[in-house]
Design a protein around this ligand. Structure first.
Ligand SMILES: Cc1ncc(COP(=O)(O)O)c(C=O)c1O
Length: 466
């Protein structure tokens, strides 16, 4: 890994090809600036130029742990846990959605910071229980839970199982009866709302795999069936409407429709279910264009929506739960890469190849997600160069950052960091091209430690038993 800066070449272009946006169409005023809304809390650029996180220079992290690596700011993670916990207060529950990123250290932090945990597989459940999360603070999700997952969850005494189908109602009820327990459950309903960033689509029904539809009375029928089963305790209704949501309008419709069902249950069965879970999906800033809401504003908005709807239905206000994943872990990590090669396409852009790619961040390729990127091993006075940061995989779609401005003196050996990769990156990482999944390095108060180690070829070959 070389540290040398490269002479400023005529490689810079500061306009984007037609129709593309790099977060913004024009280069940022200061290429070395790090937007605090996009980068983790303790990330700083030193006067000398290199970037530090938790007080540690990224060059030292790269030297000690290698690249690519996910660098997670533990201080920021814990602060976000507290912000959500405090925003929702003691009369509500915040479940961190483990699918965003989960490992034993994260489970311990969640436990210590007073959050609950939403898991959606046997593997996540094992990680949660193995790292000491009390079972009653765990919720099990999933649209097709295996009998083994149900067995282990009921056996462990998880606080909540979110039922997703008629078959599951029977499976969980039988398992609970056999184990002699009364399992607390919620019903996941589809409310006909699909929300993403600033839009939401409210329809009568939804063409998707999750939940029991409000439309055609499926959800009401599911309530009837659960209430007839002694081994199940129906505590509430769950709805999750989408991801990377910035606008509360979708939650408004979702809450109204869920409260509508709660009123139906009261009218038909004379029962007021004590809980409502509005899921996760709150957005984060991936680029300076994004403007996510703060937990306090989200909590107030959701609480007001639910209270208003319940007053309208003359219902007692149920206990509110939410399940943020991305909004807690997303901003707390960045991925550290080393630049390997640069390829300028005259009048188009410069391809900057790094030592990772779609195997450590599939979101750009899978969802056309936008990311930011910055040179972090030094600062640079060089003019902006329109760049595409790509990986080392044999796949033209192997793009990490589609359009970004980087200093024109960028060269092999420089370190780049892509912020806001805490969520749905390591958790969706793969071994495509037999790539080795990078480590997760947690930093806090000048100390760095590996919380998920780098995969080795031995790890890969251990599975290769042919
Ligand atoms: C049921 C449920 N809850 C919570 C989440 C977390 O969503 P996010 O990470 O966008 O907050 C998801 C994500 O898919 C989900 O399916």
């Amino acid at each position: 890994m070389s540290r040398s800066a490269h002479p400023a070449g005529p490689r810079h272009a500061d306009v984007l090809p037609e129709g593309r946006s790099a977060g913004s169409t024009a280069p940022p005023a200061d290429l070395n600036a790090l937007d605090p809304r996009v980068w983790a809390q303790t990330v700083r650029r030193t006067p000398e130029g290199a970037v530090t996180v938790g007080g540690i220079d990224v060059r030292k992290l790269a030297h000690e742990f290698g690249t690519p690596a996910y660098v997670l700011d533990e201080t920021d993670f814990r602060a976000r846990c507290r912000a959500w916990r405090d925003a929702f207060g003691a009369d509500a529950d915040v479940f961190y959605a483990g699918k965003a990123f989960l490992c034993r250290a994260v489970v311990r932090w969640l436990h210590e910071e007073g959050l609950n945990l939403d898991v959606c597989s046997g593997g996540e459940l094992a990680t949660a229980l193995g790292a000491g999360m009390p079972a009653e603070r765990i919720a099990l999700h999933g649209n097709n839970k295996s009998q083994d997952e149900i067995e282990r969850a009921v056996g462990a005494g998880v606080g909540r199982i979110v039922l997703d189908s008629f078959q599951e109602i029977v499976r969980v009820a039988h398992t609970a009866a056999r184990l002699g327990v009364r399992q607390r459950v919620q019903l996941r309903v589809t409310v006909g709302v699909e929300a993403h960033t600033h839009e939401f689509i409210a329809t009568a029904h939804e063409d998707q795999k999750f939940g029991l539809a409000l439309a055609e009375g499926q959800a009401a029928e599911a309530v009837r069936r659960v209430l007839q089963l002694d081994s199940l305790e129906l505590t509430g209704i769950h709805s999750h409407i989408g991801s990377q949501i910035f606008d509360m309008a979708g939650f408004e419709v979702s809450a109204r429709r869920v409260v509508g069902l709660l009123a139906e249950v009261r009218d038909e069965h004379g029962i007021e279910l004590p809980e409502i879970d509005l899921g996760g999906g709150l957005g984060i800033a991936y680029t300076s264009e994004d403007d996510p809401a703060e937990p306090h504003d989200i909590a107030k908005a959701l609480r007001d929506i639910v209270t208003r709807e319940c007053e309208g239905a003359a219902l007692a206000v149920p206990r509110l739960s939410v399940e943020p994943g991305r909004a807690i872990v997303g901003p707390t990590a960045f991925t550290l890469y080393e630049v390997g090669t640069l390829k300028e396409l005259e009048g188009l852009r410069t391809y900057v190849s790094v030592d990772g790619g779609m195997s450590d961040n599939i979101r750009t390729a899978l969802y056309d997600a936008e990311y930011s990127v910055a040179l972090v091993s030094r600062s640079s006075p060089a003019p902006p160069m329109l760049s595409r940061v790509v990986g080392k995989h044999c796949e033209s779609g192997d793009i990490v950052v589609r359009d970004a401005f980087l200093p024109a003196d960028l060269g092999p050996g420089d370190l780049l960091a892509v912020p806001a990769t805490g969520a749905y990156c390591r958790s969706m990482a793969s071994n495509y091209n037999h790539a080795l999944r990078p480590p997760v390095v947690a930093v806090r108060d000048g100390a760095a430690r590996v919380i998920v180690r780098r995969e080795t070829e031995e790890d890969l070959l251990r599975l290769d038993v042919g």
